[in-house]
Design a protein around this ligand. Structure first.
Ligand SMILES: Nc1ncnc2c1ncn2[C@@H]1O[C@H](COP(=O)(O)OP(=O)(O)OP(=O)(O)O)[C@@H](O)[C@H]1O
Ligand SMILES: O=C(O)c1ccc[n+]([C@@H]2O[C@H](COP(=O)([O-])O)[C@@H](O)[C@H]2O)c1
Length: 178
C-alpha cells in the first residue's frame, strides 16, 4: 500500500491539482491524502480562508476513489511544517510541482524529510534534471496544465473545476477591476 501526501495552498484549487492527483494514482500510488495548509511556512498570507479552501477541495474530490482530503494542518490554525505532517501520517511519498524543487532547501528539516519520504514531482514547465538527481527523485508526473492559483486570484478564470467554478469567480472576482 503506497500512500502519498499532496500538500498545497490551493488558493484556489484548479485543474492542475486534479490532474496531479489523477496522474499520481495512475502511476501506482494507492492512496493520496490532499493536505491544504493553513499557511505555507514560506508565505506571509492567504486570500481565501482555510475553511473555504478545505470545503472546495472536499467538493472537488468527493467522488474520487482513494483520495482523502485532510484537515490535519488547517485545524491547527497556524503554518505547519511538512516534516510534522510526514511524521504524523508516515506516507511513502510527498507530491510537489517542479517549481517547488527550487526552494526545497529552505524547507524546515529538509534532510529529515528526505530520509522519510520520496518526492514525486509533477512537471510544471521545465524540470531541472540536476535538482531531480540532487534529491534522488525517480517519479516525475507528466502534467501539462498551464495555470497557477496566482493567475486565478488575478482574475484569469481558466482551468477551474466545474463544481466550484461559480464560487471561485464570486470569491476572487470581488477584486477584479472589470
Ligand atoms: N499547473 C500545475 N502543474 C504542476 N504542478 C502544479 C500546478 N499547479 C500547482 N502545482 C503544484 O501543486 C502544489 C500545490 O500548488 P499551489 O496550491 O501552491 O498552487 P499554485 O498554482 O502553485 O499556487 P500559487 O500561484 O499561489 O503559488 C505545489 O507543489 C505546486 O508546485
Ligand atoms: O515545511 C516547510 O518548511 C515547507 C515550506 C514550504 C512549503 N511547504 C509545503 O509545500 C507544499 C506546497 O506549498 P504551496 O504553497 O506551493 O502550495 C505545502 O504543503 C506547503 O505547506 C513546506
Amino acid at each position: 500500500m503506497k500512500t502519498a501526501i499532496f500538500g498545497g495552498s490551493f488558493d484556489p484549487p484548479h485543474l492542475g491539482h486534479i490532474e496531479i492527483a489523477k496522474k499520481a494514482l495512475e502511476s501506482g500510488i494507492d492512496k493520496i491524502i490532499i493536505m491544504p495548509n493553513y499557511l505555507n511556512p514560506l508565505k506571509h498570507s492567504f486570500s481565501a480562508p482555510p475553511e473555504l479552501r478545505l470545503k472546495w477541495l472536499k467538493e472537488i474530490f468527493k467522488d474520487f476513489k482513494n483520495v482523502e482530503v485532510s484537515d490535519f494542518e488547517i485545524s491547527q490554525k497556524k503554518p505547519v511544517y511538512s516534516i510534522e505532517t510526514i511524521e504524523h501520517f508516515k506516507p511513502d511519498y510527498f507530491i510537489i510541482g517542479s517549481d517547488n524543487l527550487h526552494t526545497l532547501d529552505k524547507w524546515h528539516r529538509i534532510n529529515d524529510i528526505l530520509k522519510k519520504v520520496e518526492f514525486i514531482v509533477a512537471k510544471r514547465g521545465t524540470v531541472d534534471k540536476n535538482l531531480l538527481s540532487k534529491y534522488n527523485i525517480k517519479k516525475v508526473l507528466d502534467v501539462d496544465i498551464p495555470i497557477s492559483s496566482t493567475e486565478i486570484r488575478n482574475c484569469k478564470f481558466e482551468y477551474l473545476p466545474k463544481v466550484i467554478e461559480k464560487e471561485i469567480k464570486e470569491f476572487y472576482g470581488q477584486n477584479c477591476k472589470n
